[in-house]
Design a protein around this ligand. Structure first.
Ligand code: GLP
Length: 243
């Protein structure tokens, strides 16, 4: 695990965008695993700027998102499908046929997850997986558990995640209680991983991810076992880590 120190959110975002754009330049038809949340928005904005300047071309890129709320349609402004279009896809030259997000509008969880799992596996898994981290150490929506998850599955969100994510909804009651998420094993199949973290509320999770025991109680700690994982975190998020 390589830890790159960033000054603040803006610096973290530029560094992350540099790593993503380098991958796209080196391998124009690469498969990117993408994430939602506040953490990647700055990196997406930077990538859009570089696309507009002609520095990076997404024409052949394929993307697979980590997760989606169960029960939200693609048009729902709170859905991750909508988020990805609003924050990235609608502003770059990616082929809409090449973007994939779990289908939260499919109420049949088993079918929705199996279909997505098959898609990711048939594509050959991700070349670069972008991740954020939940305050409790979750990745995607893989919450702390007794065992690491494998493929795409339906999860019950923890109260801490519902509370954390409620800032993006009118109130906590509107946050869906379940989500479809790529499993930890699927995430670990990515050939490289880019984890980004910003802010003091991530400091404990970042410490445990990088320096704690590898345990499903901190799902992100499994990244210590990945052979090509980079963590880009800002000063506040690294505050609990050794120098
Ligand atoms: C959500 C997403 C995760 C994300 C996490 C942190 O739960 N499912 O993929 O990493 O939130 O979000 P944020 O970046 O907003 O702190």
């Amino acid at each position: 695990m390589k830890i790159i120190h960033a000054k603040d959110y803006a610096d973290m975002s530029r560094k992350a965008a540099n790593i993503i754009s380098a991958r796209v330049i080196l391998q124009p038809d690469c498969i990117l695993g993408l994430a939602t949340g506040t953490s990647p928005i700055g990196a997406y904005q930077q990538l859009i700027k570089w696309y507009e300047k002609g520095d990076v071309d997404f024409a052949q890129v394929r993307t697979y998102n980590l997760d989606e709320y169960r029960g939200l349609s693609h048009e729902d402004p709170q859905s991750y499908h909508y988020f990805m279009h609003e924050n990235l896809f609608d502003h770059i030259n990616i082929d809409p046929a090449n973007v994939h997000v779990p289908d939260g509008s499919n109420p049949d969880a088993a079918e929705a997850c199996a279909t997505y799992d098959k898609l990711v596996a048939e594509a050959g898994f991700c070349d670069l997986q972008l991740l954020g981290i939940g305050r409790n150490g979750h990745i995607g929506f893989n919450e702390p558990d007794d065992a690491f998850s494998k493929g795409t599955h339906c999860v019950d969100l923890t109260e801490s995640t519902i509370e954390a994510n409620s800032r993006l909804f009118d109130n906590a009651d509107d946050v869906p209680r379940q989500a479809y998420t790529m499993g930890v094993q699927t995430i670990m199949h990515a050939r490289s991983i880019l984890m980004i973290a910003s802010g003091a509320d991530k400091a404990q999770a970042v410490h445990d991810m990088c320096f704690g025991p590898v345990t499903p109680r901190v799902p992100a700690s499994i990244l210590q076992l990945h052979t090509n994982c980079v963590v880009v975190a800002d000063e506040a998020a690294l505050a609990d880590c050794p120098e």
